[in-house]
Design a protein around this ligand. Structure first.
Ligand SMILES: *Cc1c(COP(=O)(O)O)cnc(C)c1O
Length: 399
């Protein structure tokens, strides 16, 4: 049966304390107990429905976590203060001194920096590979490997991971497949395709209003319990907890995600086809020219399309910079990192979000100087947007 992530979110019902249509916000860091015994049991995690302290859990965080678990089809989830605050505890929970990770080489700059520069200090080594080549991934697995790590659609090159193929490898070698699904919420459901753990930066499409950072880890009850264990849970002890007020506001935004994703995808596909028609080197998974177009199509859920992210290459960093500045001047979007806003956002990844990646490695993975990454907004009139962008390109003699 087809997986329907938006239905799963919609079918949840939470009421507020006084019958409010939104759940009450737990605006407290600590909770009282009528009996000292219950306090002890709660600390040990043996008193269901009781709260002790809001770094451990809070009703508001549980509501948001359960909604995101419903979306990803996992048993449960835990929300965190940022996407990196979700990624780093998962990697540290599953790996220790001597362990090894096989990761896609095209991943978010912060994740790359963590694996490349930080975890080696703890004795954790990572091999970075071309994730689209399963034989290369398999060849990188060693007896110490614990994790296969990838993004379903990668930042910034929009490579698509074969989640089913990777899940088969993970099973064969007894590894955990961890997938960052930030670029493709609702479109791709990695758990449904065999992933063990699904992570999001909620900062992007899911919250969608560029007013906060946030993250989530979706996984089995056992994995989430481990992360939250008071004695040795990385999420618990590293302390990247989301604030209750914020989780309540993210939950409200989550309710329009399905509509927003459809519009982001529709607008991005329109622009990608137009850009490609101008002979600009355009990368968008919805284009037939994308090397993983068929793979994406085979994995995607109905309706939500190929997402809101696309890249074009205008030949040089100077041209990329002038085009972005001009588009901003003409109010076509903002020269800003991040993604998933109502307004189009653009940046040159080589000198911003992926600048953690050394230049020679950038070149090797196809991250060229003239690359502009777009997060396409919710524009009501995308034809007009295209015409105005086209005019910017002509005015700068880019075409
Ligand atoms: C932004 C991003 C992250 C990091 O999330 P933060 O909320 O900024 O900590 C991780 N992965 C991807 C794919 C991202 O785009």
């Amino acid at each position: 049966m087809a997986f329907k992530p938006a239905n799963n979110i919609q079918d949840l019902q939470y009421f507020g304390e006084f019958g409010g249509v939104n759940p009450s916000i737990s605006d407290s860091s600590t909770y009282t107990f009528l009996s000292a015994k219950t306090m002890f049991d709660t600390f040990e995690g043996n008193a269901d429905g009781c709260y002790l302290y809001s770094r451990h859990s809070s009703p508001s965080n549980l509501y948001l976590g359960e909604a995101l678990a419903a979306m990803e089809g996992t048993e449960t989830a835990t929300v965190t203060a940022s996407g990196m605050g979700a990624i780093t505890p998962v990697l540290l929970q599953l790996c220790g001194n001597g362990d090894h990770i096989v990761s896609s080489r095209t991943i978010y700059g912060g994740t790359y920096a963590f694996l490349k520069n930080f975890t080696p200090r703890l004795g954790i080594e990572t091999s970075f590979v071309d994730i689209t080549k399963l034989d290369i991934v398999e060849a990188a697995i060693t007896e110490n490997t614990k994790i296969l790590y990838c993004e379903s659609v990668s930042n910034p090159l929009l490579e698509v991971a074969d989640v089913k193929g990777l899940a088969d490898l993970a099973k064969k070698y007894n590894l955990q497949l961890v997938v960052d699904n930030t670029f493709s919420p609702l479109s791709i459901s990695p758990k449904n395709l065999g992933a063990d753990i699904v992570i999001h930066s909620l900062t992007k499409f899911i919250n969608g209003s560029s007013d906060t950072v946030g993250g989530v880890v979706c996984g089995s009850q056992d994995m989430i319990d481990q992360l939250r264990n008071v004695n040795d849970g990385a999420a618990m002890l590293l302390g990247s907890t989301m604030d209750s007020l914020r989780s309540a506001s993210v939950l409200k935004n989550l309710r329009t995600l399905h509509i927003r994703m459809q519009q982001h995808s529709k607008n991005a596909l329109f622009l990608a086809e137009k850009f490609e028609g101008l002979d600009l080197k355009t990368v968008y998974p919805g284009l037939k020219s994308h090397p993983s177009h068929e793979l994406f199509t085979s994995m995607m859920n109905d309706k939500y399309g190929y997402g809101g992210m696309l890249t074009i290459d205008v030949g040089s960093l100077d041209k990329a910079n002038s085009l972005m500045e001009l588009m901003q001047d003409r109010n076509l979007g903002y020269l800003a990192v991040s993604l998933g806003f109502y307004k189009t956002l653009f940046s040159a990844p080589g000198s911003s979000t992926s600048s953690e990646i050394p230049e020679d490695e950038q070149a090797e993975m196809g991250l060229s100087d003239g690359l502009i990454r777009f997060s396409i907004g919710l524009d009501a009139d995308i034809e007009r947007t295209f015409e105005m962008m086209h005019k910017c390109m002509k005015d700068l003699s880019i075409l």
